[in-house]
Ligand binder design. Structure first.
Ligand code: NAP
Length: 287
């Protein structure tokens, strides 16, 4: 089985590449091809077609996205190009060539009003450009028979501490601690489900190997917390003594509306370990 991972040096892409390339625990022999943006830009539609025709994969996993939420608000054309139209192109190609498409979406497709974790049956209602462009991308993936739409949230993965594919919240907090600050203010009115990309990658391999049915899936570590609680756990775990002050994110200051509660749960997948245990594993691995 030949599998292509797009966005292979991002957080999720790095762990997917690792997991599918590892012989440990796998049921299949995978020929894995990891592609970074310098190999393929998904907004270059004809090049993507050429790549698919040349490589003839059985499965395409697309982790590429334009996901800086405030930037998406300022550049909606770019957001819809990467998160919607490029995904439509990929989905059409996968249908034409009979390829399974595994695509990632976000907890932000929900508006947060439920105030309890969202499952796959809940109705999305995106509040910002990023989330709307990702939901529109989902609709195109849904049109092809062999697909997974995997909604993840608040990702942290080792690529985030290797200077590859941007950073993550854990690394941002650890970087703050390296400055001389004695106090750090962290958002206390936004709740989500932190997700370790290594755990997510292992589950995705299981889903593919065990032939889970197509459709949408919510995939996060179990439990949820505010950014403030997440920061407290990060500092506790790394023995850093720093004063944490809660602050409320306000739409007027942030320039973008976010769901205040976007924890996810799944009706279809067995729960991943709690986010606190995943954080411990991440902290040990980054050393
Ligand atoms: N990060 C989160 O907290 C979060 C939360 C919910 C959902 N998600 C979703 O989860 C998925 C993976 O996120 P992630 O955190 O792993 O992202 P990431 O670390 O930023 O990785 C994405 C990768 O895609 C590449 N890329 C960006 N635009 C591309 C393009 N036009 N063509 C080809 N490659 C492109 C990026 O390259 P460059 O780095 O060079 O741009 C990067 O290597 C995305 O679909 C995202 O929307 C993420």
């Amino acid at each position: 089985m030949k599998i292509i991972i797009i966005g292979a040096n991002g957080q999720l892409g790095t762990d997917l590449l690792k997991v599918f390339s590892s012989p440990i625990g796998t049921k299949n022999r995978w020929q894995v091809i990891g592609l970074t943006i310098s190999d393929i830009d998904i907004t270059d539609f004809s090049k993507v077609r050429q790549m698919i025709e040349e490589k003839k994969p059985d499965i395409v996993i697309n982790t590429a996205a334009y996901h800086n939420v405030p930037e998406c608000e300022k550049n909606p054309q770019e957001a819809f190009l990467v998160n919607t139209l490029a995904v439509r192109n990929l989905a059409n190609l996968c249908r034409t060539f009979n390829i399974k498409l595994v695509h990632f979406s976000t907890d932000y497709v929900f508006d947060g009003r439920k105030m309890r974790p969202y499952n796959e049956d809940d109705t999305p209602n995106p509040l910002n450009v990023y989330a709307t462009s990702k939901l529109a991308g989902e609709y195109f993936v849904k049109l092809i028979p062999d697909h997974y739409i995997i909604r993840v949230a608040s990702l942290f993965g080792l690529a985030g501490c290797m200077g590859k594919g941007g950073t993550n919240f854990v690394e941002s907090m650890l970087n703050v601690a390296k400055t001389n600050k004695t106090t750090v203010q962290v958002t206390s009115n936004i709740t989500s489900s932190p997700t370790y990309t290594y755990d997510a990658a292992l589950k995705i391999r299981e889903m593919i190997e065990d032939n889970y049915p197509p459709g949408p899936y919510h995939l996060t570590n179990s439990g949820y917390c505010t950014w403030f609680e997440f920061a407290a756990a990060i500092f506790r775990e790394s023995n850093i003594k720093i004063r944490l002050e809660p602050r409320e994110e306000k739409e007027e200051e942030a320039g973008v509306k976010r769901p205040l509660f976007s924890a996810l749960t799944s009706k279809k997948l067995t729960a991943l370990r709690p986010w606190q245990e995943a954080l411990k594993h991440y902290m040990a691995s980054r050393k």
